[in-house]
Structure formats: structure tokens, C-alpha cells
Design a protein around this ligand. Structure first.
Ligand code: DQA
Length: 150
């Protein structure tokens, strides 16, 4: 069966393309979804690509991934830097997690340098724009195959 990867996007990522284009670029979230779908197909993966502005909805989706998804890719937006609830959900679900950010959060304000999500993630990809989602899928593919070291 084709492994399913849950790709979650947090607050304000629905505004991609119009929101601070100097930081996040001109691609919309639909463009990112299309890119992720293409790469997933090449890698033999299926994706479930979602976005919510609400912390609790993201927590629900992470919990529901148990027994359904093989891995989670998450760009939690600003919740990355604040949400222990998302960290706890990611820790509880016991799936490989790859954290993605479009921007290089370490070149930005210091409050973006800390990530709760990272505590539950196998790795982090940031600063490569939408391509980061394709890179995360490659990482996930290796993790699912057991090709990557723990
Ligand atoms: C972001 C970085 C976060 O600091 C910010 O709050 C976002 C987007 C990124 O993809 O670069 O909303 O996660």
C-alpha cells in the first residue's frame, strides 16, 4: 500500500503568495500543495495536505494520524515557537516528524529561533521556500524505508 504522509500547515500559511512576499515568496499554498503532490508521486508516497489557523484543529489532525499516516511533515507557522500542545501531540503520535519552514528562521527575529516542534522532529528544513516541502518528502521517504539513521 502507498504510504500516506500528513502535511500540516499552521496559521497564516493560507495567505502565502500575498503575505510578506519578500520573506515567503509569491507561490500560493496551492502551488506548494501541487509541488508536494508531484514529488510525493515520484517518491511513491501519497499526501494529505492541510492548513488550519487553529491550534486545536492541528492537534486533532495530529492525533488522528495515528494508524493512518506513515509520517508527518509540519510547518506550524508561528505556533512552532509557542505551542507545547502541538509538541505534545507530535510526541504522542509516535510517527516520524519532519519540520519545515519556508524562511530561514535563524536569520530572523530571535523569537523565531526557538522551536517546540523541533523537540519532536527527526529533522528540520528551513530557508528553501516551497522546495523545503519536496526536501522533507525525500527525508520522509528515507525514514519510512528505514534508510536513514535514527
Ligand atoms: C514560518 C516561520 C514562522 O516563524 C512564521 O511564524 C510563519 C512561517 C515559515 O514557514 O517560514 O508563519 O513557519
Amino acid at each position: 500500500m502507498t504510504p500516506l504522509v500528513l502535511i500540516l500547515n499552521g496559521p497564516n500559511l493560507n495567505l502565502l503568495g500575498v503575505r510578506e512576499p519578500a520573506v515567503y515568496g509569491r507561490d500560493t499554498l496551492d502551488d506548494v500543495r501541487a509541488l508536494a503532490e508531484r514529488r510525493a508521486t515520484e517518491l511513491g508516497l501519497a499526501i494529505d495536505f492541510r492548513q488550519s489557523n487553529h491550534e486545536g484543529v492541528l492537534v486533532d489532525w495530529i492525533q488522528e494520524a495515528r494508524g493512518k499516516a506513515a509520517a508527518i511533515i509540519i510547518n506550524a507557522g508561528a505556533l512552532t515557537h509557542t505551542s507545547i500542545a502541538i509538541l505534545d501531540a507530535l510526541s504522542a503520535v509516535e510517527l516520524p516528524v519532519v519540520e519545515v519552514h519556508l524562511s530561514n528562521i535563524f536569520r530572523r527575529e530571535t523569537f523565531r529561533h526557538h522551536s517546540y516542534v523541533s523537540l519532536a522532529a527527526r529533522g528540520v528544513i528551513c530557508g528553501f521556500g516551497p522546495k523545503g516541502y519536496a526536501l522533507a518528502l525525500e527525508a520522509v521517504s528515507g525514514l519510512i524505508d528505514g534508510a536513514a539513521t535514527p
